[in-house]
Design a protein around this ligand. Sequence first.
Ligand code: IMP
Length: 419
Amino acid sequence: MKIDVLLGLQWGDEGKGKIVDVLTSNYDIIARFQGGPNAGHTLEFDGIKHVLHTIPSGIFHQDVINIIGNGVVIDPVIFENEIKAINKLDIDMSELLISKKAHLILPTHKLLDAASEQTKGKNKIGSTLKGIAPTYMDKAGRNGLRIGDISSNNFKEKYDKLKQKHIQILNFYDFDYELTYLEEEWFTSLNTIKMFDHIESEHYLHKAIKKGKKILAEGAQGTLLDIDFGSYPFVTSSNTIAAGSCTGLGIAPNKIGEVFGIFKAYCTRVGSGPFPTELFDAVGEHIGKVGNEFGATTGRPRRCGWIDLPALKYAININGVTQLMMMKGDVLSGIDKIKVCTHYNFKGETIDYLPFEASVGLSPIFKELEGWQEDLMKLEGLEDAPQSFHDYIRYLEKELETPISIISVGPDRKQTFFR
Ligand code: IMP
C-alpha cells in the first residue's frame, strides 16, 4: 500500500484542513509531516468551526489514527489548548500519537522569533511569531530538544542549556522579555503531551504500510512558502512540498501514491514577500471580504489576487501532483470578468516561470474569462453550476494538465463535490 500526500500549492491557507477532513473516511491513518502551530487548519461541520494548529485534521473522525510526525515542531502550550478545545467535543483522542523525533518549541524560541523580526525592520518576513524558524534552526544546528527527551532524566538540564544560549542571543539583540510566566505555563503543559503515546513514527508507518493500511500525509503552509523553493527569504522554515513527507515521516519516495494538490480559485498570501497577481483595488477587497481572508492563526488580513498559472504549474511539477482540488470558487461569484495570470512580463520579456528575482520587475499577463453571478454556496450538485464556472474549471484543468477531482464551494463538508 502507498501513502497519499495532501498539500497546498500556493502560499498556504488553501483549505487543506477541510479536504483532509472530507477524505479521512477513506484512510486508517492521517499523519502530519511538517510545520508547527504557524498553521491554522480550519474545519467546519454541523455549523461549528474548528481550528487546528498541530493536530492532524483527521482527529474529528473516530477509528482513525492521527500521527504528529518527526518533521513537525510542537509548542506544548498551543498543543494543550487544542486538546482542551477538542475535549469539549467528547472526542476520543487515545489514537493521537506523537513522534519522539518531533522538536519542541521552547518559550525562548518564540522570543527569538520576535527579536529577529524586530531587527529586520521593514524587511521583516511577517512571521506568525510562533517560534518556527528558531526551532528549525536549533534542529539543523543539532541543539534542539525533542519529544523523546521529555522523559529523560536530564531533560531540565538540556532545557536550561539551550535556554542560556537563547538568552545570550536575546541580550545581543537588546530584546526586552519576561520569561517567568511563559516558562511556568510551558512546563505545566508538558503534562498534557506526556498523556499521549510517544512513538518512533517511521517504524509505526512502515509496519502500517506492510499491513496494507491506508495512510494520508498532511502538509501545512503551501509550496510557495517552502524553504528551498518558495520566495526565499519570505518563506517558512520547513519543506512544505511532497518531498517533505518523506523526511517528515520517514517514508521512502517510492512509497508515495497519489499527490493531492489544493489551490484556491484565486490567490492569497499573509506576511511579506512577492505576490505577482496581488490586487490593490476594490476587487481584491471584495475577495478578501467575501472569502473571509483573515489568518486562522494570527487574524491578520490576507493579501488577495488573481490565480497565477505559472506559479501553480511550478508547484504541480515540484510536488508531482496527480490530482487537483479547487477551493472557494464561490468567493468569485458576482465578479463580471475573472482574470487568470498565464505568463509574466519580466524586465521586458514574456516568461512562463517564476524567476529567481521575483520581487522586482515582474508583472503578470492576464487572460480574461467570463464570471458567474449565481451563489455557488447553495449548489446541491456540480451539474447545477453555471456554464461559466464549468468553463473556468475546464480552462484551468487544460492549462495545468492535471485533473481537478474535487471542487469546494463553501466551508462545510457538504459543500464539496467530487468530479
Ligand atoms: P513563520 O513560518 O511563522 O515564520 O512565517 C513565515 C511566513 O510564512 C510568513 O509570511 C507567514 O505569514 C507565512 N506562514 C506561515 N504559516 C502559514 C500558514 O499556515 N498559512 C499561510 N501563511 C503562513
